[in-house]
Design a protein around this ligand. Structure first.
Ligand SMILES: Cc1ncc(COP(=O)(O)O)c(C=O)c1O
Length: 486
């Protein structure tokens, strides 16, 4: 707490003022200016109140007289006080009514808790944090003047180059660093694509079920969602064409459909690209968790086979951690200038230090080593959940253990009553998204989208056991009450 002085009644021609000086402010004149301004704006010093002489107030407050003179001058410039010739200094007669600072209206900002099955949580790796801290310290300490000024809206060339190398080697996406943009995560990247490439009201195909955060971004920017169902081969392109063949874009998660986990078949990829070419539509490819593939060959990204229509979105939120807020876009060369212009209009360019530090770690192989270390741990987490659900679920929960990613989907049997999933989640006392939350059109049985990365195996096993038991109890009691009703 800063030391504060309170005024007292002193021999002066007016009463001591009910103001307090904040001694943490460096100069005495600023202390007095701030205290008087606050007193006037908050209504403690009424309009037309006569103020003490500069000498009198200096004595009252125990500060130099010059400080009072300077503070009065500043308040005169602010229009908060007025000097009446030969009659002294007064609080201005006309003042806006006092406006104490108000808190923001009650709003619910939901920050996902760090509990088993929350999505988007990754393991905290002390080794990685140590390397990242050292690299960013180094980058800041060694910054040249040019590193501290305005910069390229696409972000650091060093990181864009590293991303381009990574994508060519791992995702089959060949791009020039000039076509890569560093963004603060997938959601931001999608927003940028919408700003640059779409007009309000443009129809956009959206996987149903699909990723709620992207749905939110699209709807809040005025896009018209066209729900397109997903089956065992991914987005049903023919259904999209039937619903709206003239849509301007499609948002897809082809490598690992969110939340079903399906990988889009090659036939569907070709059909989707053909549609985009014919209709001049864009494809927004969200390749959010392909770094963590547990079995089978890595799937080539859509952008690797149809680069001219596809805008590729990648994130470090899954590879590393969500709070980093770093992701990237790969944009077809012909569209780069539009997306760069949209970025410049938003926040000009991304901050440099963390990008360069991350690029240093990519260049040194630290990020690749991190992924190698995390992959078996995530795979084990997946197995722990799948085994516990299989063991305790007694057929009440259906799941296909995914071969990639950081979540799995456990669905209820088709006869499960409406509302059962919510009841089960509540009874199990667990944190998770429901499949119905991810659906636009409600169809088929509900289910549980279970994030397994970022939690201890013991906690995952316990939560999975509670979920399986709750499912068993709720479904058994539903079927016995159905029998009794017959
Ligand atoms: C489908 C999907 N896309 C993208 C992301 C990453 O989003 P962001 O980079 O905005 O954190 C997630 C994270 O949970 C996701 O589930």
């Amino acid at each position: 707490m800063p030391k504060q002085a309170t005024t007292s009644r002193r021999r002066d021609d007016v009463l001591a003022l009910p103001i307090r000086l904040d001694r943490a402010i460096r100069s005495q004149s600023q202390q007095v200016h701030a205290a008087l301004r606050a007193g006037i704006v908050d209504g403690l010093l009424a309009p037309s109140l006569r103020l003490p002489s500069t000498r009198g107030l200096a004595e009252q407050l125990g500060v130099r007289r010059n400080a009072i003179v300077a503070a009065y001058e500043a308040l005169l410039s602010d229009g908060l006080i007025e000097a009446r010739h030969g009659a002294g200094t007064y609080v201005a007669a006309e003042l806006p009514s006092p406006q104490p600072p108000a808190p923001a209206a009650e709003l619910e900002v939901r920050i996902p808790p760090r509990r088993p099955f929350t999505l988007g949580v990754t393991l905290v790796d002390p080794m990685l944090l140590k390397r990242l801290a050292a690299a960013s310290r180094r980058r800041i300490a060694q910054a040249a003047p040019d590193d501290l000024g305005y910069s390229d809206p696409r972000g650091s060339l060093h990181l864009r180059t590293q991303v381009a190398h990574y994508l060519a080697a791992n995702r089959g996406v060949r791009c020039d660093p000039s076509c890569v943009l560093i963004v603060s995560g997938t959601q931001h990247g999608l927003r940028l694509c919408i700003d640059a490439l779409l007009s309000p009201g443009d129809p956009v195909w959206f996987e149903d079920p699909g990723y709620a955060a992207s749905r939110y971004t699209l709807t809040t920017t005025g896009a018209k969602l066209v729900p397109v169902p997903v089956d065992g081969e991914g987005l049903v392109v023919s259904a999209g064409e039937k619903a709206d063949a003239n849509a301007r874009a499609a948002y897809v998660t082809p490598s690992h459909q969110f939340p079903t986990g399906v990988a889009m078949s090659m036939a569907r990829r070709i059909a989707l690209l053909d549609w985009a070419r014919r209709s001049g539509a864009y494809i927004f490819e969200d390749d959010y968790d392909s770094e963590y593939r547990f079995a089978g060959p890595p799937l080539t990204a859509l952008a690797g086979i149809g680069a001219e229509r596809v805008i590729y979105l990648g994130t470090f939120g899954k590879t590393l951690f969500a709070g980093l807020r770093l992701g990237y876009l790969v944009v077809p060369p012909a569209l780069v200038s539009r997306v760069v212009a949209a970025r410049a209009a938003q926040d000009r360019f991304p901050p440099a230090f963390m990008q360069d530090a991350l690029a240093d770690l990519m260049a040194d192989g630290v990020i690749a080593a991190h992924m190698r270390r995390m992959r078996p741990r995530y795979r084990q987490a997946r197995d722990v959940v799948a085994e516990a659900l299989a063991k305790h679920g007694k057929g009440h929960l259906h799941l296909d253990a995914p071969s990639q990613g950081l979540h799995l989907l456990a669905t209820l049997p088709s006869g499960a009553p409406k509302g059962a999933a919510k009841l089960i989640r509540e009874r199990a006392g667990i944190e998770c998204r429901l499949l119905s939350d991810a659906r636009i059109v409600q169809r088929g049985p509900d289910g549980f989208i279970l994030g397994y990365s970022g939690f201890a195996a013991k906690d995952l096993a316990d939560a999975a056991r509670r979920l399986a038991r709750a499912a068993q109890e709720v479904l058994a009691s539903a079927s016995s009450s159905r029998r009794a009703a017959r």
